[in-house]
Ligand binder design. Structure first.
Ligand code: TRP
Length: 381
């Protein structure tokens, strides 16, 4: 990856590159998103929603309505099968499983064609990672086979009618977009990226085809903010194609989960010291947090006691906020104590390490059981 000098206020969020210190208010304005403010009370169960980590949306009202009126809707998202499954991925998994519990039909695409075209042309490896890392962890986290259509972009379905419908749609969409639009949306573009974008549009739209859910219906696509260009493209062309009357796509946007090295870094599958994986051992967790988790604390205990720490940039505190401390009162106390200097960095880290390891012990036990369940998800349809 090219290193860019990060100037204050300059950041980049595209499907191919995320860099700089991201200003989410600016992003909302630039992309034309809506802040996510009022949610039905069920959503409060998830810290990700309650604490604003899922921060923006497009056309989410129709999903709220479907939930309230108990109407059918779909949740569709995709994954790039690279590296270890870490807590950045878990943030998406939590949402998938939550929507399934609300009664949504789940569509999950393994973006193996996109991965092949943009990063790693080893199909065997991509497939193995998708199953051993992603699917197995999804199942351990609570994903159920019922109402779940898990597929590979390279092998949509054993049913020829369904497969044809999915690939035809990707190809027909090409007629409804110009090269200049591609350049305007993506900047840098090439044939592999164009194909990936159109296939992703088909991922998001095909649940509404006669061969799948049978008719137009609301579909919500929960993604990271870097995926919004794909949504803009799919939303635009979906309304231009006349042979189908697609219901406009809804989407929600997740903030980037910070990497261990700092609040403005990302968990990157190519650097094991940037993330905590869901398969890490207790020792690895302890070492990663103690050695690598960026601290908002002061250099010495005396100084920290006097001046206090900064929870806003403290990665350990942020992980508690995003994943490990569901109790709002306890979280607030940790925040305030850290800020006042009463709570030391070492104590905060100890607390987090314990929380992570309690979670991982149970998760890894479930993961063993999940390994035996994967067949219930693959090539069902
Ligand atoms: N492009 C997505 C990523 O980089 C993966 C993806 C493929 C996807 N198809 C999708 C995401 C459909 C959401 C919906 O992670």
């Amino acid at each position: 990856m090219k290193k860019r000098k990060v100037k204050e206020g300059i950041f980049k969020v595209t499907p191919w590159e995320v860099s700089g210190k991201i200003d989410y208010d600016k992003l909302i304005k630039e992309f034309g998103l809506n802040p996510l403010r009022f949610l039905p009370k069920q959503f409060n169960k998830l810290p990700l929603f309650r604490r604003g980590i899922v921060f923006a949306h497009r056309d989410f009202k129709q999903i709220v309505e479907a939930i309230q009126k108990k109407k059918k809707f779909v949740m569709m998202t995709g994954l790039m099968p690279f590296g270890k499954f870490h807590f950045g991925h878990k943030a998406v998994a939590d949402q998938i499983i939550f929507y399934q519990s609300l009664g949504a039909k789940i569509y999950l695409a393994v973006a193996d064609i996109e991965a092949y075209n943009t990063r790693n042309p080893n199909m065997e490896e991509l497939r193995e990672t998708a199953i051993k890392e992603y699917l197995t962890n999804y199942i351990a986290l609570g994903l159920k086979p019922k109402n779940c259509d898990f597929y590979f972009q390279s092998q949509r379905s054993k049913d020829g009618k369904k497969a044809n419908a999915y690939y035809s749609l990707a190809n027909l969409l090409a007629r409804h977009v110009t090269f200049n639009e591609f350049k305007a949306i993506y900047g840098e573009i090439n044939p592999g990226k164009m194909i990936s974008a159109l296939l992703q549009a088909s991922d998001m739209l095909h649940p509404q085809l006669p061969e799948f859910e049978g008719k137009p219906l609301p579909v919500v696509v929960p993604v990271g903010a870097d995926q919004d260009p794909h949504l803009r493209l799919a939303r635009d062309i979906s309304q231009r194609i006349k042979i189908y009357k697609f219901t406009q796509l809804s989407s929600t946007y997740l903030k980037f989960i910070p990497g261990l090295k700092g609040i403005d870094t990302k968990m990157s599958s190519s650097d094991p010291n940037s993330y905590v994986a869901l398969t890490d051992s207790p020792k690895q967790v302890e070492e990663k947090i103690k050695k690598h988790a960026f601290s908002g604390g002061k250099g010495s205990v005396a100084e920290h006691r006097k001046l206090g720490g900064n929870p806003d940039v403290d990665v350990s505190y942020q992980y508690l906020r995003m994943f490990f401390e569901p109790d709002d009162k306890k979280l607030k106390k940790i925040h305030d104590d850290y800020k006042s200097g009463k709570l030391l960095t070492s104590e905060l880290k100890e607390y987090l390490i314990k929380k992570i390891n309690v979670f991982l012990k149970e998760h890894q036990r479930k993961r063993k059981l999940a390994e035996k369940q994967v067949d219930k998800f693959i090539f069902k349809a």
